[in-house]
Design a protein around this ligand. Structure first.
Ligand code: UFG
Length: 335
């Protein structure tokens, strides 16, 4: 099937994608600086197929160039990035240097090595404050934070690199990714954790902080923000379909990955109480800066062009996230 370079393969979404690649007969080279990803994740992934690991930083052109000299790869799936919206507002330099300059280095090394296919993790944050819901790919892209700006810049760079150098890209614009591997092998492991579902689940463990609900006065059905939660294994499948699409000669393209449906923070919270069987204490807090009221994807294009389907429900994602969270708590205690 070929060898795929996965940058950021030691991270949350990257590691699920590596498993999906291995299960479909690909060999994988993971390139990761382990700044937010984990070596323990790489070690686990190695049990499930042919995985090479190169520790390196995309900001060092020589790191990524030497990888292409060592391994002959057919395509790249590019996850490596910083992804915290709030941090990007406080420290934009960190984001522009790592996400934009890092990607420019990656693309240079690809061109030098003659690798001309890339699947890129973009984000709903490139759309900014929604003008209409559900958001389709024709929605204007006006990001409201540096994180979203970096991802949009990269999308534009990829367009220019296609026109000038024939580098084909598929940009996948994720909405809110949730869940964990169905077999419990990998899952979400951010330090610090900022995301909704893991934060609710973490609060159920001894020593966990009380869950903070940010904002109950939005103009939504119950006053809390609406998000489109897409299962991480469904998301991983979309990357395989995007690779197939490029392998079959598909043109540069971009797709929303979401479910076409939204849930409020309160609904997610109730679903977590149901899955864990616990009454979870909650602190009602003011709004978190920069949170739009609603973000819901129109995923029609990914369905019709890639043949992709979001199959797993929010409850399923929470169940899998809970299993993983219990494993992680045990592993951290024993570490
Ligand atoms: N929330 C809480 N308490 C928490 C964490 C989150 O109430 O402890 C609320 C947030 O205020 C928001 C919702 O839960 O209303 C979802 O928040 P997340 O942090 O889980 O996700 P975001 O929608 O902020 O961000 C996600 C990705 C970003 C990406 C963005 C694109 O994490 O990388 O979607 O829409 F940019």
């Amino acid at each position: 099937m070929g060898k795929i370079l996965v940058t950021g393969g030691a991270g949350y979404i990257g590691s699920h994608c590596v498993l999906a690649l291995l299960e479909n007969g690909y060999e994988v080279v993971i390139f990761d600086n382990l700044s937010t990803g984990h070596i323990e994740t790489v070690e686990k992934l190695k049990k499930y197929g042919h995985v090479d690991f190169v520790k390196g930083d995309l900001q060092n052109l020589s790191d990524i160039k030497s990888l292409f000299n060592l391994y002959k790869t057919d395509a790249v799936i590019h996850f490596a990035a910083f992804s915290q919206v709030g941090e990007s507002v406080k420290n934009p330099q960190k984001y522009y240097m790592n996400n934009v300059c890092g990607t420019l280095n990656l693309l240079s090394a690809m061109l030098e090595a003659g690798v001309k296919k890339i699947v890129f993790s973009s984000t709903a944050a490139t759309y900014g404050e929604p003008e209409y819901i559900p958001i389709d790919e024709k929605h204007p892209q006006n990001p409201i934070n540096p994180y979203g700006q970096t991802k949009l810049m990269i999308e534009k760079i990829m367009d220019d690199y296609d026109k000038a150098y024939g580098l084909k890209s598929v940009r996948l614009r994720y909405f809110n990714v949730a869940g964990a591997d169905s077999q419990g092998r990998v899952g979400e492991w951010h330090e610090p954790e900022t995301h909704l579902i893991p934060n609710i689940l973490k609060s159920t463990f001894s020593g966990g902080q009380t869950f903070k609900m940010f904002g109950t006065d939005y103009d939504t059905k119950d006053g809390t923000c609406v998000r489109d939660y897409i299962n991480v294994e469904d998301l991983a499948q979309a990357h395989l379909l995007a690779l197939d699409y490029l392998n079959k000669g598909g043109e540069t393209n971009y797709f929303n990955l979401g479910t076409n449906d939204g849930n409020t923070v309160k609904e997610v919270f109730s679903a977590c109480e149901k899955v864990t069987g616990q009454n979870i204490p909650v602190d009602i807090c003011p709004r978190r800066e920069g949170d739009p009221a609603s973000l819901v994807a129109d995923n029609t294009k990914a369905k019709s062009v890639l043949g992709w389907k979001a199959q797993n429900s929010l409850e399923y994602s929470i169940e899998k996230a809970y299993v993983w969270e219990k494993t992680l708590q045990k592993e951290l205690i024993n570490a």
